[in-house]
Design a binder for this molecule. Structure first.
Ligand code: CP
Length: 309
């Protein structure tokens, strides 16, 4: 099976993940010497219909480190022929003639999948709509856990915040569900809890999970606290302390554990946590470059894996 479109986390097999992470490790010295493995003949188009800092810049940086070139439209809703009523499908058919890979962030769930159906070149989903997926973020999150906790089998992860609409936690839950004895703690207000599709997937794969409403109930037993934003409107009238971490709560987090966040954060992690060695969220952003370089190389090189059962 050749790595072509990257649309959702479920498509990755465990051997694929391990190979991509090995390649990500190999990108460390490449990055340290300023780049390249000479992909100077490659062009990657970044088609972003929604705002982004990390995903867009890290993909741009990853392509440039590999010697390639980028075509970028930020805010494609305003600065592309979308303004003249051009469909996503037509835009992708055209941009695919100008590039070797299209990285797309779309405001609608399923946007990347629609693009992949018609694209003449591989499409990478850089986030699709509220409650969609963000598979490359999940890969870098997973790589961070793999590097810092050393093992994935048996890892205990608390996911905190808006789990219903958070595409990063949704994609990460799908990836973690592929490993043995993983334990997932979903910490959210009832109406923002994980949706049925993830719950069904985890039940089907016999993954242990629990539903919680307060981080304080579980923080002392997990290896990873993965914080995400609650929508600001959801904050009104509620006590944020159930979904908030500060220095006081950190006292209960095991020493071997880490705090992650896909960023940007609002105020769910106090800035006083930043100096604690367990705060991994800025290391996460750096890992994003390595993983995205590895993913691009895997696609450029036409890497193949055995088909999933
Ligand atoms: N983590 C993430 O997707 O960040 P951006 O929205 O800045 O790309």
């Amino acid at each position: 099976m050749k790595l072509n479109h990257v649309v959702e986390s479920q498509q990755f097999t465990v051997p694929m993940l391990m190979d991509i992470f090995k390649l990500a490790d190999e990108m460390e010295p490449v990055m340290a010497r300023g780049g390249t493995r000479d992909y100077s003949n490659k062009i990657v188009a970044l088609l972003f219909y929604e705002h982004s800092t990390r995903t867009r810049f890290s993909f741009e940086s990853a392509v440039m480190r590999l010697g390639g070139k980028v075509l970028v439209t930020e805010n494609a809703n305003q600065f592309s022929s979308f303004m003249h009523g051009e469909s996503l499908e037509d835009t992708v058919r055209v941009v695919g003639n100008y590039s070797d890979i299209i990285v797309i962030r779309h405001n609608e769930m399923g946007g990347a999948a629609h693009a992949a159906k018609v694209s003449p070149v591989p499409v990478i989903n850089a986030g699709d709509g509220k409650g969609g997926q963000h598979p490359t973020q999940a890969l870098l999150d997973f790589y961070t856990i793999h590097r810092e906790i050393k093992t994935i089998d048996g890892v205990k992860v608390a996911m905190v915040g808006n789990l219903a609409e958070g595409r990063t936690v949704r994609s990460l839950a799908y990836l973690l569900g592929k490993f043995e004895r993983v334990k997932l703690y979903f910490v959210a207000p009832t109406h923002l809890q994980m949706k049925g599709d993830i719950i069904e997937y985890l039940n089907h794969h016999k993954v242990w999970f629990t539903i919680e409403e307060d981080l304080r109930n579980v923080i002392n037993e997990v290896d990873v606290v993965y914080m995400t934003r609650l929508e600001s409107t959801e904050r009104e009238g509620r006590t944020d302390s159930s979904f908030f971490i500060d220095r006081e709560l950190l006292r209960f987090l095991p020493n071997r554990a880490i705090v992650m966040h896909p960023l940007p954060r609002q105020n769910e992690i106090s800035s006083e946590v930043d100096s604690d060695p367990r705060a991994a969220y800025f290391r996460q952003t750096r890992n994003g470059i390595l993983v995205r370089m590895a993913l691009l190389v895997s696609i450029f090189d036409g890497c193949c894996w055995p088909r999933a059962d």
